[in-house]
Design a protein around this ligand. Sequence first.
Ligand SMILES: Cc1ncc(COP(=O)(O)O)c(C=O)c1O
Length: 399
Amino acid sequence: MYDKQKLLEYHGRYLMKNYSPYPIIIAGGQGATLFDGDGNSYLDFLGGIAVNSLGYNNKELIKAINKQSKKILSCSNYFLNEPAILLARELIRGTHFDRAFFCNSGTEAAEAALKIVKKYNNEKKTGATKIISFENSFHGRTMGALSATGQDKYKTPFLPLLDDFVFIPFGDADRLESALKSKETYALITECIQGESGVITPTREYMSKLSALVKKHKKLLIVDEVQTGVGRTGDFFAYSGFGLKPDVIFTAKGLAGGLPIGAALASGELAETLQAGDHGTTFGGNPMSAAAALTVVKTIKGKGFLEDVTAKGDYLKRKLLELKSKFSFIEDVRGRGLIVGLELSKDVAAKDLNKKFLENGLILLAAGNNTLRFVPPLVVSVQEIDAACGIISRVFEKI
Ligand SMILES: Cc1ncc(COP(=O)(O)O)c(C=O)c1O
């Protein structure tokens, strides 16, 4: 029997304190709506932090998971399994990448990408030892991915970390050029949109310059598609919309629509770099997550899906711009597709609004620099966007 008080007490007693969750116990979901154990429902514009791409209780996804669960869940990488092979083919198809590696999360996918470029660089004996990364970037919490992350608040308690990264400001083309020119650097790692630090969205011009400079100085380009990948921006991967041609990308979050998975894709010689024994993970490419991901990828590549994401993202931005003309404390509306940020002026703390939205049946959380981050399930409807904007407007009116 559901006993909220008992569960909260057990949570306080038995779980480590590394998260600060709201005292809401999620019991289920449907589409873009979540339900808690007390019978409350919430319009979910967090989507499990850009994870539940097809929404909750998606028929096709549940069918694929049920079907696979009756066959086999996991079988180790000593053997092959059909869903993982078909998923690799589906992800590679239509891209310039040649091979995929599977793991279980974004941070693990980052580790794989970093190990691929590091081994490649070692074999090439370039003498370069550094990877350029951006300030305010976020690449994960394991030691390598954390080392690549450009935010001291996550790193300070765990120093010393890897000494492989140099950090420059995101958006400064001159600093970028001098870092890429340096003989010390052999690669650049970037997000297309810095989601975690507040949906920081670069201009197309800056990204074109980045692409041209990486090519000119013959450096490797790694793109972190953990948050922006698998349809989130209205392109299957965001790099294509920003005109990039990365050597390696890595993705996770929405890939299996809610089951744990991560993937790194590499092209050319980089795709051949990892050899037997170099890298691996027990659950990587397990048939359960792979079967789910195969359904997600096929759905998102299906007719009209991505166009719909773009149209709904544009609609959401238009609605938020309407709010901007009404509320002077809205500083900026930015993003692409269904990753959108609403930045507030410093006198209104975005974080303090989280609870108010929840009380009004909306899950919308602050990220980075005083910005509300919208990353709903990609299947969110226009009516749900209207409803969310109505709640936001009502909360803002009381500020
Ligand atoms: C851009 C980016 N990279 C990497 C990660 C790490 O992913 P995970 O939490 O699955 O390890 C995240 C997670 O928020 C992310 O947003």
